[in-house]
Design a binder for this molecule. Structure first.
Ligand code: GUN
Ligand code: ZN
Length: 436
């Protein structure tokens, strides 16, 4: 048994984004047994209830803040080495920056180096749970799952499917995609903390036959997730409309194959139409909002208010490598700034809303709301310790914060991954392993 002592901030409720309540417990204790929180309360009370202090390890995290582990609902494994390719719109960025790099993962040796850097990128940024957009190559996916499992990360990922519109080395066939996906799922789905996700790159690069193969994998892998891209960029949306002349809209290109449901996470949705939002809400699907990527590629300003009004669940994605880094609290800041940039059309967001988007919203989107996303009794102890070094801007900010909400707002504004002094998954501290 371990007792973690400190100031705990989390957002365990299910209020809509824009009205989230912060739970703030100064000098709290979380009793953790078998990786789960089994008691939570004032430090003195939990200690008294737990009996003699000698029988427990007390981990003193009283300086700084304890937050739930961060949840990234959209992050590309093969793109860790191309973060920062600024100045291009989506389709040109894919052609010039992303796809040439993704083709290199055909080499398992290359993929191994990328996977080590990718997993380090997640853990060092406090991401403990992620829906990972995979590689087009099955051996590179084994490498990713191995690296994630070694680190203890909660990773859901799958082989990426494309059979048109991309450079030849990245293309496969529906039959091959089905067979390789089933083999990967047999090794990694519900294996420890890893799960499988059916992942067509986007309908721009998937034929009807490929989307049917995706539906078959989704049906045959019980509990698998479905993820892809949607409505990111106006040229992409126009190209998809051209390719799927019979479809009512972009979301329908997936929905026609039964791919949109409660275990679906679609990234971006910047240019969503009202019927698409209504359909996503009716299906219980989630949208991964990737604000730094949307800004970097000039994709547009995300209509969060329309998603929330229609009842579509939204969580955050870093979208590395179009996104500008792994840190989900920075995505929270970008989400806030995006809504401010929309003026009266933007949804006003408080720090508690941003923490919810970065933690519990993500857990719910990934079907893990009973396990992670907050630090209630019964949840896994997945946590980060925000403790800046003395003199860092965040240390100054936290010292002058007037309330827990203010401390959280300062953290979202100022924190960087180097302000994280510890990351735990299921009660175990994740070692800071640098890939070298
Ligand atoms: N749409 C299809 N592929 C990608 C990708 O790799 N990144 C982004 N941002 N959008 C995509
Ligand atoms: Zn993406």
């Amino acid at each position: 048994m371990t007792i973690f002592r400190g100031t705990v901030l989390d957002t365990p409720g299910d209020e809509r984004v824009g009205a989230v309540r912060l739970r703030a417990d100064p000098d709290a204790a979380l009793l953790v047994e078998g990786g789960r929180v089994t008691a939570r309360g004032a430090f003195a009370d939990v200690m008294a209830a737990a009996g003699s202090a000698e029988r427990h390890d007390v981990v003193d995290l009283t300086d700084g803040l304890i937050l739930p582990g961060l949840v990234d609902t959209h992050v590309h494994y093969p793109q860790v080495r191309i973060i920062g390719g600024l100045g291009l719109p989506l389709l040109q960025w894919l052609e010039e920056r992303a796809l040439p790099e993704e083709a290199r993962l055909q080499s398992v040796t290359y993929a191994r180096g990328v996977a080590a850097e990718f997993v380090h990128g997640l853990t060092s940024a406090g991401t403990t749970t992620a829906l990972v957009f995979g590689s087009h190559f099955a051996p590179a996916m084994d490498v990713l799952f191995e690296a994630a499992a070694t680190a203890g990360l909660r990773v859901t990922a799958g082989l990426v499917a494309s059979d048109r519109g991309l450079p030849k080395p990245l293309l496969t066939t529906p039959d091959r995609f089905y067979d390789e996906s089933m083999a990967l799922a047999s090794r990694w789905h519900l294996h420890g903390r890893t799960r499988f996700a059916v992942t067509p790159r986007f309908s721009y690069s998937a034929s009807v036959a490929m989307l049917d193969a995706c539906a078959s994998v989704l049906k045959d892998v019980d509990g698998a997730l479905f993820t892809s891209h949607v409505n990111e960029n106006v040229s992409e949306v126009a190209a998809v409309a051209e390719l799927f002349r019979g479809a009512e809209h972009y979301v329908a290109t997936y929905d026609r194959h039964g791919l949109v449901g409660p275990r679906t996470v679609l990234a971006h949705n910047v240019h969503a139409t009202a019927p698409e939002l209504a359909l996503l809400a009716a299906r219980g699907a989630s949208v991964a909002h990737c604000p730094s990527s949307n800004a970097a590629l000039g994709s547009g300003l995300f209509p969060l208010a329309r998603h929330v009004e229609q009842g579509v669940r939204v969580a955050l994605g870093s979208d590395v490598g179009a996104g500008t880094g792994f840190f989900i609290l920075k995505e929270g800041l970008h989400a806030y700034l995006t809504q401010r940039s929309l003026g009266s059309g933007g949804l006003p967001l408080a720090a508690a809303d941003l923490l919810h988007l970065a933690t519990r919203s993500g857990a719910l989107a990934l079907g893990l709301g009973e396990e992670v996303g907050d630090l209630s009794v019964g949840k896994q102890f997945d946590a980060i310790w925000v403790r800046p070094r003395p003199g860092e801007p965040l240390a100054v900010g936290l010292r002058h914060a007037s309330s827990p909400e203010d401390a959280l707002a300062r953290t979202i504004a100022l924190a960087t991954p180097s302000d994280l002094a510890g990351v735990w998954i299921a009660g175990e501290q994740v070692p800071a392993v640098h890939p070298g």
